[in-house]
Ligand binder design. Structure first.
Ligand SMILES: N[C@@H](CCC(=O)N[C@@H](CS)C(=O)NCC(=O)O)C(=O)O
Length: 198
């Protein structure tokens, strides 16, 4: 699979982890570089990563890529959802917290002051509410949401919290019980080898 992305993006990391768990090799086009960015823009009108070229298809968005991989290759070492509609809610919530933090990060990167604004408070408040709710959705052993082990929701949560720390966009000590799940999987090889770093 040809994958357009960066080594720091939390959405790209989800795909890299899933690919590792199901044994799908990745040929990465680094979109942090000018040439890779040019190739991305020639491939996707959304200009966001990840984008994949796989089995003669071009797929935009981590959810579509992951869907394709598990549908055509099977779940490999991953835990399939026990209730895909509930898992959908969990992943949508994680995406919303991550998107809020990403918006704050982009403002900081472009030197647009957001600190102390209602916009910042709104986005941090949403992330607080989401992590609090996610904490109530954990299985009793707090290793997963559905009780089945490492699946897409768990990977998404770990990638989100690690990226928030990496970019310092949200104080993850406020994520409460979700940090327990992250701690459980921290040394799992596909997650440990894809952690963002400079
Ligand atoms: N819903 C998309 C979100 C992807 C996304 O936001 N990617 C960020 C990097 S983490 C990006 O490419 N941002 C570039 C931009 O917003 O222009 C997915 O799941 O793939």
């Amino acid at each position: 699979m040809k994958l357009y992305g960066t080594t720091t993006s939390p959405f790209v990391r989800r795909v890299r982890v899933v690919a590792a768990e199901i044994g799908e090799p990745i040929d990465m086009i680094n979109t942090a570089h000018e040439d890779g960015q040019k190739q991305l823009r020639a491939t996707s009108p959304i200009w966001k990563v990840p984008v994949a070229e796989v089995d003669g298809r071009t797929l935009f968005d981590s959810r579509a890529i992951i869907d394709w991989l598990v549908t055509t290759r099977g779940w490999g070492n991953l835990a399939p959802p026990k209730d895909r509609w509930h898992e959908g809610n969990v992943i949508n919530a994680i995406d919303a917290a991550l998107d809020s933090a990403i918006q704050l990060f982009y403002l900081k990167r472009e030197n647009v002051p957001a600190a102390g604004t209602p916009f910042e408070a709104h986005n941090l408040g949403r992330a607080d509410a989401i992590f609090q709710w996610l904490g109530t959705q954990l299985a009793p052993d707090r290793r997963s949401f559905g009780g089945g082990g490492l699946g897409i929701a768990e990977i998404s949560l770990v990638a989100t919290l690690d990226w928030m720390d990496f970019r310092q966009t949200y104080p993850t000590d406020r994520a409460g019980l979700c940090n327990h799940l992250r701690g459980v999987w921290a040394d799992h090889p596909s997650l440990a080898t894809t952690r963002p770093h400079t």
